[in-house]
Design a protein around this ligand. Structure first.
Ligand code: AMP
Length: 267
């Protein structure tokens, strides 16, 4: 496994003429990350994983500072699953002249998380664009757990005719339904149980919500009742409108807080 911290070294040393799979991450690996990486290993000749906590995409300094980090554990996981290349750039390497917030991204960024996290998606697309220019992968592996992010990146790749295919990977969950997330590492057992209850409430009521959107208000109340004190949004979205599918395909999107830890899911 080759580890690069420098983009010129990386460009020189990555084998040419092979199918290269790229998995961008912010580290603190869990089963979700590992499933993306294993999928890339299966589908591509070589796999590169980046670990970079992208400061500009955080709206709050506290959130950035408290974001879980465990680089030595991450590296040993990557070695074990036989990843070919790891890219660990420093901030200056990625942003020699600072971030580019003038980047044009799809309108889907104006709703859900985008409403509550100004500049978040522009910063995400900006960093992914920079990585794609350095790495030039054939495929990029993204998780449906962050569906809005995945779709906005895919739209950007299509509009800008970037020669990288987006591979959408299913959300990996704990047995209790809680979607795996690096942020779960900073939750207590009680908090994780509460978060899994949120998933169960939505899962149980999804069909009813599709039949009657107004039920969302009642579901919100139910979620507050179990002890969640802040829901940012709870929305029903028809993905048919976003993915040019033929049939209706609904998902319930939620963002809520446990203390200062913000969790998102789509069910
Ligand atoms: P992150 O390190 O949180 O930026 O995530 C890196 C990649 O892993 C993104 O494409 C995420 O969508 C994906 N991911 C995060 N959690 C999960 C999960 N539970 N299941 C599948 N993919 C995930």
């Amino acid at each position: 496994m080759k580890i690069f911290t420098n983009k010129n070294q990386l460009k020189k040393n990555i084998k040419k003429g092979i199918k290269l799979g790229f998995v961008p991450t912010m580290g603190a690996f869990h089963k979700g990350h590992i499933s993306l990486i294993k999928k890339s290993i299966k589908m591509c000749d070589k796999t590169i994983v980046s670990i970079f906590i992208n400061k500009p995409q955080f709206n709050k300094k506290k959130d950035f500072n408290e974001y879980p980090r465990d680089l030595s554990k991450d590296i040993s996981i990557l070695k074990k699953i036989k990843v070919n290349y790891v890219y660990l750039p420093k901030y200056r390497e990625i942003y020699p002249r600072g971030p580019n917030l003038g980047i044009k991204i799809s309108k889907f960024s104006n709703q859900l998380c985008g409403k509550f996290r100004p500049k978040h998606f522009k910063s995400v697309v900006d960093v992914i664009d920079r990585f794609l220019k350095i790495i030039k992968p054939n495929k990029i592996f993204l998780g449906k757990k962050d569906y809005q992010q995945l779709k906005i990146i895919e739209d950007y790749i299509v509009v800008n005719k970037i020669n990288t295919k987006v591979i959408k990977c299913k959300t990996i969950r704990e047995i209790n339904g809680l979607a795996c997330s690096s942020r779960n590492f900073i939750l207590s057992t009680n908090e994780k149980n509460l978060a899994s209850k949120v998933y169960k409430i939505i899962k149980k009521n999804k069909i009813k919500i599709i039949k009657n959107k107004h039920l969302l208000t009642k579901i919100k109340k139910q979620i507050y009742k179990i002890g969640i004190n802040k829901i940012e949004y709870l929305n029903l979205i028809n993905l048919k409108n976003l993915e040019s599918r033929k049939k209706n395909f609904y998902k319930v999107f939620i963002s809520f807080y446990l203390r200062s830890v913000r969790l998102i899911d789509n069910i």
